[in-house]
Design a protein around this ligand. Structure first.
Ligand SMILES: *Cc1c(COP(=O)(O)O)cnc(C)c1O
Length: 226
């Protein structure tokens, strides 16, 4: 079924704007990350044609295939990695992405540092926090955040811009957004990537600077994501 991406994009932007205004925030302080993972090309082209320039992908190889050539057509594109990153893909990720949102362990900080030295590219970095302390989920637990920040900054010389989280599916996301906002503000970190199709308005209420929206923009993904 064809999806009216331009139409849903416009509707989504107005919901983001209203959610920001409702809490006295400047709508420009919230960026929409269009999550394009596993979406067909025609929907991505439609989003690009409608002016969308910030995209999120959760797998490095898939993102390289989709964006390596395409990115040359859009010099102001911003590609963000929002899925877990294996150290052996760090170099590919550094070469493609403008922002990596999922730094979550010292070993990866070291791999990113080497990849940056090797390639001369320096994508901006967020740390993913496992706010729900879920064993199966990526992200550093809140208790380990300061130690990871120290390794990233002092040992690796990396700059960390902010934090990202994915709340547990069966809990109220507001508690997790509030926790992430608190962890960030206590540490002077200004970027907060939180909120997805079902809860981005709540995330904006708690200070999200980036909301990551897939299905509410592009429609259902055409094949399941692992
Ligand atoms: C897939 C994904 C999203 C988008 O989810 P929707 O519910 O489709 O909006 C956001 N963030 C991450 C990390 C994802 O993997």
């Amino acid at each position: 079924m064809p999806v009216d991406v331009a139409g849903t994009l416009a509707a989504l932007k107005s919901r983001i704007e209203s959610a920001a205004r409702a809490v006295g925030r400047d709508p420009c302080s919230v960026a929409l990350v269009a999550v394009s993972k596993v979406q067909p090309d025609d929907r991505i082209e439609a989003a690009l044609a409608a002016g969308q320039r910030i995209f999120g992908e959760n797998r490095v190889q898939e993102a390289v295939a989709r964006w390596r050539e395409r990115r040359h057509r859009f010099p102001n594109l911003e590609l963000r990695l929002i899925g877990p990153l294996q150290t052996n893909k760090a170099k590919d990720a550094v070469q493609l992405f403008d922002v990596i949102e999922t730094l979550d362990r010292p070993k990866l900080a070291r791999a990113l540092k080497s990849a940056m030295d090797e390639t001369g590219r320096r994508p901006r970095l967020l740390i993913q926090v496992n706010t729900g302390v879920e064993p199966q989920k990526a992200g550093i637990e809140p208790a380990g955040l300061d130690a990871l920040l120290t390794v990233a900054r002092e040992e690796c010389g990396l700059r960390i811009d902010g934090l990202m989280c994915i709340p547990p599916v069966d809990e109220s996301p507001a508690l997790h957004f509030a926790l992430l906002a608190k962890l960030a503000s206590e540490r002077g970190l200004t970027v907060l990537s939180m909120g997805m199709s079902g809860d981005f308005e709540t995330a904006i209420r708690y200070g999200a600077t980036h909301v990551r929206v897939g299905t509410a923009l592009f429609g259902e993904r055409v094949r399941p994501v692992d």
